[in-house]
Unconditional design. Structure first.
Length: 130
């Protein structure tokens, strides 16, 4: 199963793909959050045979959703209506962590890979437990 991780931001969106087995996440690209975003993501989904979309669930320190989540929920709904499986994965300081380890141009893609890897690890743990 192939996954696409999304670090959704108001200006830029970081993207990461899993391997074909859905066990490892890799940074892919950073795209502008503009009018072409949905078409860009749809094309990547089709071209890469993505089965599942995982979007970062951005929370503030107090546990409440960050303001960007209003747009992220609308983004999520568009892809859910297309029949794609879409999940929110809690992200906490992934962009900060990614910037410590990655050049700035790819930091959002690295953040997407971190949140996607977190999701994949949880799925693997569920499979081991069952």
């Amino acid at each position: 199963m192939k996954y696409l991780g999304v670090d959704y931001g108001t200006k830029k969106v970081g993207l990461a793909f899993s391997d074909d087995d859905g066990s490892l996440a890799f940074p892919h690209s950073v795209v502008p959050n503009d009018n072409a975003l949905f078409d860009t993501i749809r094309e990547l989904i089709q071209t890469n045979g993505v089965d599942v979309l995982v979007i970062g669930h951005s929370l503030a320190m107090d546990g409440r959703e960050n303001p960007v989540m209003e747009q992220a929920h609308a983004f999520k709904e568009v892809f859910e209506r297309s029949g794609l499986h879409v999940y929110l994965e809690p992200e906490f300081l992934t962009t900060f962590q990614a910037k410590r380890n990655t050049e700035d141009a790819m930091a959002d893609a690295a953040a997407a890979a971190l949140l996607l890897q977190s999701f994949l690890d949880k799925q693997e743990n569920k499979n081991i437990s069952s």
